[in-house]
Design a protein around this ligand. Structure first.
Ligand code: FAD
Length: 374
């Protein structure tokens, strides 16, 4: 008999497995319906080019949480990668998030930070309201019509398959606008990088203890035969587990198309956004740039991955943080909270967008709770 059953080999499940096995010296069975470890952070090497890529979208590790940083560094070393995002609008490249370079390039100006601030005030004045009817109104009130139309409007339309005029203002988060030339995407974050040996290697290291048994291609349902002595920890979607008894939670999803190109460097950076409607994809990833320290970086071949938004609910990526979905998720949570010897967490079960560091931090906190209740 196993002491703990964990469903899901992503960060949430694997961090808990590692803590339970190493600190509590208890037995863990950890399963996943997929044929690999790592959950959505799974990385693998493309056979033809030798380039490692992130199968479920480019993942940059970044955190200001010291506890998480110290913990994860026991399982990997990081390279010195600093993330930067560019956006190609009408055949010209701009920096993202919108900064002084973006503004000066788009308006063909040479504003100083102070001048740019006054300029933004002037161009947004006519869009300021006490409350906003929709996404577009709110966005224009922050950046004005021209910046919105160039970088946000059609990008959002492609992502949501809906005109932003028909999206609620609540899903428009405050856009970070920088009145400097700083192009470090995670400028506020203390540590960032890509694991030197790739993400999958971190998971192998997390799962090393012989108290941990891993089973792939195993789908969990409520009548799963194996019952652990202490607790089942489930990291999948709650609505699916309960056969959608209260209704389906909405998600946005993505599809990826891989291509091999016979040039050393296709786009000069790891991610470029495509905000115009003439391209169906929203981004092109070039994973080679995540590891400039590797030998394969010099090869006269590269891998590029086009990212397409999709409504495929079988591969949930982004929760839709509106009132309807929040209420529905609460119902599932309340229902499953009553279940004995059963706990849940992680991005799918919590119906939340968690970065990796938030997922690890949540798992470490959950472990403290499990330990205290033993
Ligand atoms: C496109 C994209 C890009 C991202 N980029 C970044 C980034 O750059 N930086 C960052 O910090 N974070 C990023 N993230 C967030 C990161 O992916 C998550 O924080 C992390 O994957 C969450 O881990 P998890 O364990 O909660 O979930 P997951 O990794 O999804 O693991 C859950 C696992 O449970 C399994 N499962 C579910 N139901 C069952 C069942 N019934 N039976 C068996 N197995 C089941 C699933 O197959 C899955 O493998 C990104 C997310 C997305 C969507």
């Amino acid at each position: 008999m196993t002491d703990y059953l964990i469903v899901g080999l992503g960060f949430y499940g694997c961090v808990l497995a590692e803590r339970i096995a190493n600190v509590l010296n208890k037995k863990v069975l950890i399963i996943d319906q997929r044929d690999h470890i790592g959950g959505n952070c799974f990385s693998k090497v493309d056979r033809e080019t030798g380039i490692e890529y992130h199968v479920y979208g480019t993942h940059i590790f970044h955190t200001s949480n010291l506890k998480v940083w110290e913990y994860i560094n026991k399982f990997t070393e990081f390279n010195n990668y600093r993330h930067q995002v560019l956006s190609k609008h009408k055949k010209k490249i701009y920096q993202m998030p919108i900064n002084l370079e973006t503004i000066n390039s788009l308006f063909n100006k040479n504003f100083s930070p102070k001048e740019a601030s006054a300029f933004l005030k002037k161009i947004t004045k006519k869009y300021k309201r006490n409350s906003y009817k929709n996404f577009e109104d709110k966005a224009k009130s922050q950046i004005g019509d021209k910046l919105y139309s160039a970088f946000i409007k059609n990008y959002t339309k492609k992502q949501w398959k809906k005109d932003p005029k028909f999206l609620p203002s609540s899903i428009f988060n405050r856009l970070p606008i920088r009145l400097s030339y700083n192009e470090d995407y995670y400028e506020q974050t203390q540590w960032q990088g890509i694991p030197k040996n790739g993400y999958t290697d971190i998971f192998r290291n997390l799962l090393k203890n012989k108290n941990i048994k891993v089973a792939l291609n195993k789908k969990y349902s409520l009548n799963f035969k194996i019952r652990p002595k202490y607790l089942t920890i489930y990291t999948g979607a709650l609505d699916k587990l309960l056969d959608y008894k209260f209704g389906k939670l909405d998600w946005r999803s993505l599809n990826f198309k891989k291509k091999i190109v016979n040039v050393k460097d296709y786009q000069g950076t790891s991610v470029i956004n495509y905000p115009d409607l003439n391209k169906k994809y929203t981004r092109i990833h070039e994973p080679k740039h995540l590891h400039p320290e590797r030998e394969v970086f010099k090869k006269e071949k590269t891998l590029i991955i086009e990212e397409y938004p999709s409504n495929n609910i079988n591969e949930p990526y982004y929760p839709i943080n509106d009132e309807k979905n929040r209420n529905l998720h609460r119902k599932y949570k309340e229902y499953l909270n009553k279940r004995k010897k059963f706990a849940f967490g992680g991005r799918l079960a919590d119906y939340a967008y968690y970065d990796m560091d938030m997922t690890i931090s949540a798992a470490l906190k959950k472990f403290e709770k499990i330990k205290s209740e033993l």
